[in-house]
Design a binder for this molecule. Structure first.
Ligand code: MN3
Length: 236
């Protein structure tokens, strides 16, 4: 009887953890308040920490206005429904079943919470260790990877994101429109993101205006490779 219980517990734990615990894999935590409302996460650094590459005013507006709006609108979209009981990961993995407001704002909340963790004012400016080895294997060199990622960021027409994902034991560059991401069932290319770049104009327009190419180039000066390497090694 004791063993049956243990096996049952194991099955329950497996079924919970095998389901799309993307956040756990990526060391993200989507906190809620006592009333069950999603909260805007802290950046973990000051608004001016990424100067001169990403300016303080852009970071402040991006965080307190744009990201906050996704959080507020996600809370409104799920209030009083069964969706409140599901994790954000579960909502995104089956997002085709839910209202478009969940796709846009749930994606917006997830993507931005992830994006803040990918940035640092003390960037090593290049990957190293096992991640660099895999980049060299899948792209030929770090420069080739950078070129391919930049091309995805530049080639995304209108608003969206460029991504580096783990897919079937390989690193792959892709991009998504709007606030979609590669974890969503609606995405053309699925995989676990380990790096992402917001190419909405709100992410760069104050400083760069129409020069998305300069913003993309400067993103490579503020990537938190320590974090990217840690989630790569945890999941590859
Ligand atoms: Mn944004």
């Amino acid at each position: 009887m004791k063993y049956v219980k243990l096996i049952l517990m194991g099955v329950i734990m497996l079924s919970n953890s095998s389901f799309a615990s993307f956040s756990e894999k990526l060391n993200l935590n989507f906190s809620k308040d006592d009333a069950g409302k999603y909260l805007l996460p802290e950046l973990g650094y000051s608004y001016d920490a990424l100067e001169p590459y990403i300016d303080s005013r852009t970071m402040e507006i991006h965080h307190t206005k744009h990201h906050q709006a996704y959080v507020t609108n996600l809370n409104n979209a799920i209030a009083g429904t069964e969706m409140e009981k599901l994790s954000l990961d579960e909502l995104l993995a089956n997002v085709s079943k839910y209202p478009v407001a969940v796709r846009n704002n749930g994606g917006g909340h997830w993507n931005h919470a992830f994006f803040w963790k990918l940035l640092s004012g003390n960037s090593s400016k290049t990957a190293s260790g096992k991640l660099l080895e895999q980049i060299n294997k899948d792209f030929g060199s770090f420069d080739n990877f950078k070129a391919e990622f930049s091309k995805a960021a530049m080639g995304r027409f209108g608003s969206g994101w460029a991504w580096l994902i783990i897919q079937d034991g390989k690193l792959v560059v892709t991009s998504t429109p709007n606030q979609d991401n590669p974890l969503m069932d609606v995405a053309e290319v699925n995989g676990l993101p380990i790096l992402g770049l917001d190419v909405w104009e709100h992410a760069y327009y104050l400083k760069y205006q129409n020069r998305r190419n300069e913003y993309v180039e400067n993103f490579f000066n503020v990537i938190n490779w320590e974090f990217v390497q840690s989630i790569f090694e945890k999941n590859f």
